[in-house]
Ligand binder design. Structure first.
Ligand SMILES: Cc1ncc(COP(=O)(O)O)c(C=O)c1O
Length: 404
């Protein structure tokens, strides 16, 4: 009994020590509560603020067409799928969404996952394992890294967007005697930098070295390319990418993810992807909203929203660049400004919130040490007046804090 109390005490102290250490490094994270709808202006901790850090790029998260589809699905199908896909949790709604995604992405087939994180941690270990190699961009999303670690394959990281370095690393490591499968994996649009991967060159590397190529288009789907099919379509290489993964929780205003693949790969994923096999499948309301979103982004409204979004992004990016902020190269709706230290970044974010602008600071381990940043994300529904006001507030605070 005494031992148990001592153990508990030791455990509590180590947890406290860990939290103190995180705090002392300026890396303590906490949540901010939004009440009401996810729109361009939201209520955050009781105050109305301009939302500049949401991935609801096209403003679909409170779109009436998606809401109506969800409500109708609940009325007809209820609230839960009741089981994992391989037990009794495959509804006609899952398969309908998969057919819609495959037709949207122009692939033979598609498979729906419960989230982008679940997709990456399910797909990668299904494709590679011990004895195989994954070539991964240094700035790939954490869920890709988690998937690689889970797979047990060897991880070879290549410098960000550097296809020549990738080719050299593949020459050195791939195709040796007795070596297994090789997988190249990259974000399509990099989540914290907002630049686009050189997909044509990655396809060339994949072909030269007989590898598989997977692209995580969480931030490109719905936004880039004709009809919003994503980065692979924008760069004209859809057919060269073996796995096009994308998410429904960002521009598509819903929740979950998909892998757009060949029929053969879909079958492999059904049999090998543990996050697909061992988890209750997505519920009717989510599936119906996702399908409505995929249909909507291919139509005229999708074109109009994409045009508004890219106009807003260009306006905001050029306004901050002209003021002297350091912004990584890019042209998408993700516009980060580099601040440097974690402490100054959070100070900047707090000062903006006090003036009615919600922009989250991004710190290690999400980004490399010394590159903490404010990551602004634009929405099609932002007004130019709000954005112009935000630029001048950001500049005023940036000057005061010595960032510019
Ligand atoms: C590039 C990338 N991949 C995957 C994910 C995970 O997607 P989800 O939020 O659906 O789990 C994210 C989400 O932030 C992301 O930015």
């Amino acid at each position: 009994m005494r031992l148990t109390i001592e153990k508990e005490w030791i455990m509590q102290r180590t947890i406290q020590n860990e939290l103190t250490e995180i705090t002392n490094r300026g890396l303590l994270r906490s949540t901010r509560t939004i009440s009401g709808r996810q729109a361009d202006r939201v209520m955050c901790n009781g105050h109305e603020v301009l939302l500049l850090c949401s991935n609801n790029y096209l403003g679909l998260a409170d779109h009436p067409v998606l809401a109506a589809a969800s409500i109708a699905a609940i009325q007809r199908y209820g609230t839960s799928s009741g089981a994992s896909r391989l037990v009794s949790g495959t509804m006609d709604l899952h398969e309908g969404l998969e057919r819609t995604v495959a037709s949207f992405k122009k692939t033979e087939a598609a498979l729906v996952f419960n989230s982008g994180h679940a997709a990456n941690t399910g797909i990668i270990p299904a494709l590679v394992g011990r004895g195989d190699i994954v070539f991964s961009d240094r700035l790939n999303h954490a869920s890709i890294v988690d998937g690689i670690l889970l797979s047990g394959a060897r991880l070879v990281r290549y410098p960000h967007n550097d296809h020549r370095a990738l080719a050299a690393l593949m020459e050195k490591h791939a195709g040796g005697e007795g070596s297994g499968r090789c997988l190249i994996v990259s974000d399509g649009v990099f989540s914290m930098d907002g630049d686009i991967a050189p997909l044509a060159e990655l396809v060339e590397c994949k072909r030269t070295f007989g590898a598989l190529l997977m692209v995580d288009d969480a931030h490109g789907c719905g936004v880039l390319g004709a009809e919003g099919r994503g980065s692979a379509e924008l760069l004209g290489v859809g057919g060269g990418v073996d796995v096009q993964m994308g998410t429904f929780g960002k521009a598509l205003g819903s929740f979950g993810a998909y892998a757009a693949v060949s029929a053969e790969l879909r079958e492999l994923l059904i049999n090998r992807a543990r996050s697909f096999i061992f988890s209750t499948s997505l519920p009717p309301a989510v599936l119906a909203a996702s399908r409505a979103a995929v249909e909507l982004v291919q139509g005229e409204e999708g074109d109009r929203l994409r045009e508004q979004l890219s106009g807003n992004a260009a306006f905001f990016r050029s306004g901050l660049a002209a003021a002297g902020f350091s912004i990584p190269d890019g042209s998408t709706q993700i516009v980060p400004i580099l601040v440097g230290s974690a402490g100054s970044t959070m100070q900047f974010s707090e000062a903006l919130l006090a003036e009615g602008i919600f922009a989250q600071g991004i710190r290690p381990p999400t980004v490399p040490v010394g590159t903490s940043r404010l990551r602004f994300t634009l929405m099609a529904t932002h007004t130019r007046t709000d954005l112009a006001d935000a630029i001048s507030t950001i500049c005023r605070i940036g000057r005061r804090l010595g960032v510019i």
